[in-house]
Design a protein around this ligand. Structure first.
Ligand SMILES: Nc1ncnc2c1ncn2[C@@H]1O[C@H](COP(=O)(O)OP(=O)(O)OP(=O)(O)O)[C@@H](O)[C@H]1O
Length: 521
């Protein structure tokens, strides 16, 4: 089998030679062109596994070549070489369809890493059989994203295309509409699939811990830093880093993140040198990020940097024809294949519902209905759709005995009804693969014993009695107070935080620390 062939387009003889030697040493065949015209002639003649072009060429801009290759040689990834500090050029090239970029002066390790992922793409997605793979992704077979509606088909096709690029993706959509699922799908369909996918809930990390959580720290960098630790960037090395609820990042952290993304380098707290990081960034928010820029809470430059490719997830109420497939999939997961079904009228009723909590709410509605259903047959009366919108304040805080539970819920977690299960229900971070995000200082403490109970802890001690374990006792007291506030506000976290005189961010963090999980209808 012949070696993959790479086309290098650069008019600077020195740089061209350096690139050629590096690529040849990697066992690749290399052709070179000094102008766009020469490059066009070679492209018309041969198939390439990768094109690498400078941005400025004597007869035009490398961008023209990017557009042409993206349009007419869809199987060939094209990467650009950008001048130092011209981050804008890199974004423009990525938007035009470039797979990736390297900055001048070219760091050979970065170049090799980029070439390796491009070749993986060529080897997996670009062979003639790729067309079948694309069709399968569009009709939904093998995709995590269930649904046969036009909107879902278009979404899957878009994911299939953008999975081949390294460009940052910004996912927008209402809570529970599948943003994290879409991010996982992008990762799974990309050349990075064998590396970690790390999802970070930016809204759940206290500001003081952010830098350590994202970039890691050296031993002795601060009191309590007893060991060197990696941050999310290192944990996601070679893979994908999902910044969930990215609009919640404090401004100071936005600056640091922008730098890390732009330079592709991070510096651990306490370290003198920066280290290169190779991660693809996927961000997500249910907020209007452009509006956040207008109101000054989100930096324009970071917005520009993250928003290279936009992906919008439609709310479930706009694609209700997906309901039958989704219901089947959820019921099969909850009760096993054929273990549960909807009675006459139940599906019709679901079709009339607006699902403010989207697919997550559908899952919760069905899970609860199954607990009431007779022999796995869910009738209209079991759906309790009204109750799913507004949970009664006096509703029990623990899950009904015997009720099936969503993945991730464990003994000791406290759950309560309501549609907005996502923010506190999800861990602040979760890593697939080998990487383990750090439990930095102040990391979530283990849940206090007897966690599923909302019994008032403050009343447990008799006068003069001392707790046998002060931290556990204080956790219990804190949990009790937070639960009271949440119950009073029907799990509206903003209002509960207001009642307690703390910020929403603090409340989220405490809920996560104390393993208090929001609404499980
Ligand atoms: N198209 C879909 N097919 C199958 N399951 C889906 C789909 N969309 C969402 N889900 C399921 O719905 C639940 C919520 O999805 P996900 O966590 O991805 O939503 P989200 O938009 O990231 O939510 P949030 O904004 O609250 O973080 C998950 O259990 C997910 O598996």
């Amino acid at each position: 089998m012949s070696a993959p062939r790479v086309l290098v387009v650069d008019d600077e003889a020195d740089l061209r030679e350096l690139l050629e030697i590096t690529l040849l040493k990697m066992g690749l065949d290399v052709d070179s062109a000094a102008t766009i015209r020469e490059a066009r002639a070679l492209l018309a003649d041969k198939d390439y596994a990768l094109v690498l072009t400078d941005m400025r060429l004597p007869d035009g801009l490398g961008l023209e070549l990017v557009r042409e290759v993206a349009a007419s040689h869809r199987g060939t990834p094209i990467a650009v070489i950008t001048a130092y500090g011209s981050a804008e050029n890199a974004v423009v090239a990525l938007k035009a369809g470039a797979f990736d970029y390297v900055s001048k002066p070219v760091v050979l390790d970065d170049l090799r890493a980029m070439v390796r992922s491009a070749l993986k793409l060529s080897a997996t997605g670009m062979e003639p059989g790729a067309a079948d793979g694309q069709a399968a992704a569009v009709d939904g077979a093998g995709s995590r994203l269930i649904g046969g509606s036009q909107a879902m088909q278009a979404l899957r096709a878009q994911i299939e295309r953008l999975a081949r690029s390294q460009a940052p993706v910004a996912i927008n959509g209402e809570s529970g509409s599948g943003k994290e699922l879409a991010a996982r799908e992008i990762h799974a369909r990309s050349a990075r699939a064998g590396k970690p996918f790390v999802a970070v809930n930016c809204g759940a990390i206290p500001e003081a811990l952010m830098e350590a959580e994202f970039f890691g720290y050296r031993k002795g960098a601060f009191t309590g830093a007893t060991d060197e630790r990696d941050g999310f960037f290192q944990a996601a090395a070679g893979g994908t880093l999902m910044l969930d609820e990215v609009a919640d990042l404090p401004l100071a952290m936005q600056v640091k993140l922008l730098r890390a993304i732009q330079e592709r380098r991070v510096r651990k707290i306490g370290a003198t040198a920066e280290e290169p990081v190779d991660v693809r960034i996927v961000s997500a928010t249910h907020k209007d990020l452009a509006r956040c820029v207008e109101t000054g809470v989100f930096r324009q430059d970071l917005f520009y940097r993250l928003n290279v490719i936009e992906l919008s997830l439609p709310p479930l109420r706009e694609r209700l024809d997906d309901l039958p497939l989704l219901v089947d999939a959820v019921l099969a997961r909850l009760a096993g294949p054929g273990g549960a079904r909807l009675g006459a009228g139940a599906l019709d009723l679901l079709q009339t519902y607006s699902f403010p909590g989207n697919v997550r709410e559908l899952e919760n509605v069905l899970e609860r209905a199954l607990a009431f259903a007779d022999g796995g047959m869910i009738e209209v009366g079991d759906l309790l759709l009204k109750g799913a919108r507004v949970a009664p304040a006096a509703a029990p805080l623990a899950p009904a005995a015997g009720a099936a539970h969503t993945a991730g819920a464990a003994a000791g977690q406290v759950v309560a009804p309501g549609p907005d299960a996502h923010a506190a229900g999800a861990p602040s971070y979760a890593a697939d693969g080998a990487a383990q995000p750090l439990p930095a200082t102040g990391a979530p403490a283990p849940p206090a014993p007897g966690g599923a109970s909302a019994a008032p802890a403050a009343g447990l001690l008799a006068d003069g009695e001392l707790p046998s374990n002060l931290p556990d006792y204080l956790n219990q007291v804190e949990r009790d107070i937070i639960l009271r506030a949440l119950t009073q506000t029907q799990f509206n976290r903003t209002q509960a935080a207001g009642l307690l005189g703390i910020s929403l961010r603090q409340l989220r963090y405490q809920m996560q620390k104390l393993d208090i999980h929001a609404p499980e209808p």
